[in-house]
Every structure is written in C-alpha cells, then in structure tokens.
Design a binder for this molecule. Structure first.
Ligand code: NAD
Length: 295
C-alpha cells in the first residue's frame, strides 16, 4: 500500500522556516506585509481570505484586508491596486479570485506590481517562469514541487504526467518541472480534456499530478506500480452530514498501486497556503535588499 505524503507536516516545516525568515527581517527593521483584496460575494472566497490572514498572523507577517462592494466601479479596484503598489508597508498583493463578473480580471491581475505579485499571475512572472528565470511561481505548483522534493521523489529524468492545463496549476507546474535544476529536469507530458487516451499516459508515468477538477478521474488501473500520485483536486460531494471533500484521484484503488500518494484533504492544500507565506517573505526580503539563506 502506498505511503501517504503528509502535506500538513511539510507545510508546518515551511511555516517554521518562514517564521525564522520573518525574525531575520524584523532584525533588519522590516515587517513583511501582505494585502488581500476581495471583490466578490462568494462565501468560499471569504473563507480563503480569512485563512490566509490567519496563516500570516501565525508566522508574523502583517496582513491588511481590503474589501470592495461587488457593485463598485472597476476603477475603484484599480485605484486600490495602485495604492497597494505604492504602499511601502505592503510587500505582497493577493487579489482573491474569482472577482465579481463586472470586473475585467486579466486587466486587474496585470495591474499588480510584478515585484509584489506573490500569486505569480502577472504575465511578467509567468514569462519569467517559462523562460527559466522564475521570480514568483504560483503557490500550488510551487507547493507540489516542494512536496515531491521533501517526499524524496527523484524528479530529474523522471516521466511526469500532469493532468490539467489551467493557468493556475497545470501549465505553471509543467513549466516548473521542465526547467533545469534541482527538483526539476523532468520529462513532462501535459494531458487535458481533449487528450485522446488519458490512461495511456498516466499508466507509464513515474509521477502523476492530477488537477482536473473531476472527482476520482484517475483510478488505480490507470497507474503503474511504484508511481507517485499528487492529487490536487478538491471536490465537495454529498449533502448535509454526508458532505465530504474528495480528490481527482480514486484514493482507494490508487493507493493499492502507487508507491506514494497525497491525501485530500491534507496533501496539496496546506502546501498552497504555506507557499504564499514563503513568496511573501521572499518579496519582502527582495524589496528590502536583505539576503535570506536559501535552503
Ligand atoms: P480548471 O477547471 O481551471 O482546469 C481543469 C483542467 O483539467 C483543464 O485544463 C481541463 O482541460 C482538464 N480536464 C478536465 N476534465 C478532464 C478530463 N476528463 N481528462 C483530462 N483532463 C481534464 O481547474 P484548476 O484551477 O486547475 O483546478 C483543478 C482542481 O484542483 C480543482 O478541483 C480545484 O478545486 C483544485 N485546486 C486545488 C488547489 C489546492 O491548493 N489544493 C489549488 C488550486 C486548485
């Protein structure tokens, strides 16, 4: 049976390292600051933002929250972003998505100063990742890479199949693992909704990462013995007391075949949250010209 890759435990290590970095920055007179911007009535987004603020407080990062009415003009959001860009106390800006429909989301994301773009969504940061000179990498792919490294998975030279080609997870992860260097140098295949025969790809992979948003899409039969499986999916199924979160991988069958697997919840989710903190201290250190020890 597969080993369980404990995302909570690795995320706790990351938070500890981040807390140490915050202390070093404080000694230089720098308090890292993260701004969260919410312009949506989506209750899940409100929860996510609150969680991010709590995570910041736990490691000593100051957080500031700006909430805009969903019927406010788009210009108000743009002015908020401009103010945060200019604010020396703010090192990272996180625009919680999805934004309300009346807002042009790509334009809003492009307005964030790339030096403060701790989500890594600005085209400049996307371009840097693709050209092999990453600055801010989106938190979920970054967390997945860290989890693989910490779990001792040999990535260089391995066949990695990424299921999903979103701008948020699939594409940046594929680029990250394709780049040169430690925890990378993989042979990456990206599958998506138009892929002809998904199982033909997943069944020959050393590492399968599934970010499709389809409950239990990948089953044990589609995997090869000894593989590592990273389940990014978070799908709420059932109603009332039966409501639960399941992944994009059928956990039971997959864990009979794979060597190691992430659970849902408790795998990629906590890593995503932790990497936002890491990106924020990196942003603060860079802006202040303070060298943080790299791991
Ligand atoms: P998305 O909907 O933007 O993209 C899904 C991708 O999966 C698409 O590229 C699509 O082509 C592909 N796909 C859909 N059906 C497929 C199929 N049958 N076969 C192969 N490919 C298929 O989703 P996303 O934002 O990348 O998120 C994916 C999942 O990961 C969701 O469940 C989301 O909730 C979850 N997620 C989790 C975290 C985390 O921190 N754990 C972070 C981001 C997203």
């Amino acid at each position: 049976r597969a080993d369980v890759i404990d995302g909570e435990a690795v995320a706790a290590q990351v938070r500890e390292t981040v807390a140490g970095a915050v202390e070093r920055l404080e000694a230089e007179g720098v308090t890292p600051g993260l701004a969260t911007v919410l312009m949506s009535d989506d209750p899940a987004s409100e929860t996510y933002v609150r969680m991010k603020q709590r995570d910041c407080a736990d490691v000593g990062i100051e957080s500031r929250h700006v909430e805009l009415d969903t019927d406010a003009p788009q210009s108000e959001l743009f002015e908020t972003i401009d103010d945060l860009n200019d604010d020396p106390a703010i090192d990272g800006i996180l625009i919680q998505r999805p934004l309300t429909e009346s807002v042009d989301e790509p334009t809003a994301l492009r307005r964030v100063d790339p030096e403060k773009d701790v989500d890594g969504f600005h085209p400049e940061n996307v371009g840097r990742l693709v050209t092999g000179d990453p600055r801010f990498v989106p938190c979920t792919p970054l967390g997945i890479q860290r989890l693989l490294v910490e779990a001792g998975v040999e990535i260089p030279g391995s066949d990695v199949v990424v299921v999903g080609r979103s701008e948020l997870v699939g594409k940046p992860l594929a680029n990250l693992l394709l780049n040169r260097g430690d925890g990378a140098d993989a042979t990456v295949t990206v599958c998506h909704s138009k892929t002809d025969d998904l199982a033909a790809h997943t069944s020959r992979a050393d590492v399968v990462v599934v970010a499709a948003g389809v409950p239990e899409l990948v089953t044990g039969e589609m995997l090869s013995a000894g593989s590592t499986v990273i389940d990014v999916g978070i799908n709420a199924v059932g109603e009332g007391d039966d409501r639960e979160l399941i992944g994009d991988v059928e956990y039971e069958s997959a864990s009979q075949v794979a060597d190691a697997i992430t659970p849902v919840p408790g795998g990629v989710g906590p890593m995503t949250r932790a990497m936002l903190l890491e990106n924020t201290v990196q942003a603060a250190a860079r802006r202040a010209g303070v060298e943080l020890e790299t791991e």
